[in-house]
Design a protein around this ligand. Structure first.
Ligand code: PMP
Length: 354
């Protein structure tokens, strides 16, 4: 029986996407060859890459200044690629979680960084706000969703400074004006597709302003020119991503999936707040639509029973991140409402027998 997988990433994907990906591994488009055997220079794969790029443009309503790239190295390589390509004098960062802090650590190796605000002292349970953005920085780096703590930026700063945003864990989950960003990046393994590919969207007007002689793979300009085929791309991950993007398009795109995501999050947070056995981890106004983090008020008494009920309900992947503890239910685009309802029912069941 299929389990409800609440893992933070790699995470659940739509059943039809898994089915089609499996079929393509055996026999791509009835060609008699496997997706993972064909050349990335073949007509079939070039068509896959082209559609995967153009569907992102369509779903995110991107203008012609914004280039879509499929790269490797995870979101983690972007922590370095961004400063290598964009940092000339100084860059500003917001420290809103552990991945934001990793981005800062890597950028410091490359150039001058100013951390404008941090919520570290409160264990990253809120999103830092009300900071002043210096006018002379090359970019401001933000993390739109903090996967570990379950906080999410609801509004983005209005500024002339180019915005760079790590959207790894909430990309394509809500309708925002993606064109106002200078650069967006996301590891695929949450809302985009399987691990192994990283989506980067870059406004090409920001490039070419530093004098660095970059290693070729680290140079966005080269990936733009080579249309994400500067070297062998991760063909399976790109194809499965394409299937997932087609699925999202069929759902009605980003604004329609946002409605469903809001419904799922309201259901789950509603129960966390109502049920006297549980409490949320983060401040209410900054709660993430994607990663709902919560604690049992009395772990010593109820943890074993709750974990048992969760298992019986075919739910997996709700353990909190190791530094936070408690529980984290990741409710990305592909998690059905019925999965969230099942978890809520288990929480109610625990209350009944408590
Ligand atoms: N940023 C965020 C917000 C993340 O959640 C993660 C991990 N899932 C990363 C960066 C690192 O991503 P990757 O494992 O693709 O390098």
């Amino acid at each position: 029986m299929k389990k409800y997988n609440f893992s933070a990433g790699p995470s659940t994907l739509p059943e039809e996407v898994l089915q089609q990906a499996a079929e393509a591994v055996l026999n791509l488009n009835n060609s008699g060859t496997s997706l993972i055997e064909i050349s990335h220079r073949s007509k079939d794969f070039i068509a896959i890459m082209d559609e995967a790029r153009s569907l992102v443009k369509k779903l995110m309503k991107l203008d012609d200044n914004h280039e879509v790239l499929y790269l490797q190295g995870g979101a983690s390589l972007q922590f370095s690629m961004i400063p290598y390509n964009l940092l000339k004098n100084k860059a500003a960062y917001i420290d809103s979680g552990n991945f934001a802090s990793s981005a800062i650590k890597e950028a410091k190796k490359i150039g001058s960084i100013e951390v404008l605000a941090s919520s570290k002292d409160d264990k990253y349970t809120y999103i830092p706000k009300n900071f002043e953005i210096p006018k002379d920085v090359d970019y401001l780096h933000l993390t739109s969703n903090n996967t570990v703590y379950g906080t999410e930026l609801k509004e983005f700063p209005e500024t002339d400074v180019p915005l760079v945003c790590d959207m790894s864990s909430d990309i394509l989950s809500r309708d925002i004006d993606f064109n106002k960003f200078g650069l967006i990046y996301a590891g695929a393994q949450k809302n985009i597709g399987p691990a192994g590919v990283t989506l980067v969207i870059v406004n090409k007007n920001l490039l070419g302003k530093t004098d660095r002689n970059l290693p070729s793979y680290l140079d966005y300009q080269i990936h733009i020119e080579k249309e994400s085929m500067a070297n062998t791309p991760p063909v399976f991950a790109v194809y499965a991503t394409l299937l997932n993007l087609r699925w999202l398009d069929k759902q009605g795109g980003v604004s329609e999936i946002e409605k469903k995501n809001r419904e799922k999050a309201a259901l789950l947070y509603g129960e966390i707040d109502r049920n006297p056995l549980f409490r949320g981890v983060c401040v209410e106004e900054d709660r993430s639509l994607m990663n709902a983090c919560f604690f049992l008020n009395d772990e010593a008494t109820y943890k074993a029973k709750f974990d048992e009920l969760v298992k019986q309900a075919n739910i997996i992947g709700i353990n909190g991140y190791r530094t936070v503890g408690g529980y984290r239910a990741s409710i990305y685009n592909a998690m059905p409402l019925e999965g969230v309802q099942t978890l809520v029912n288990v929480m109610k069941e625990l209350e009944k027998i408590a």
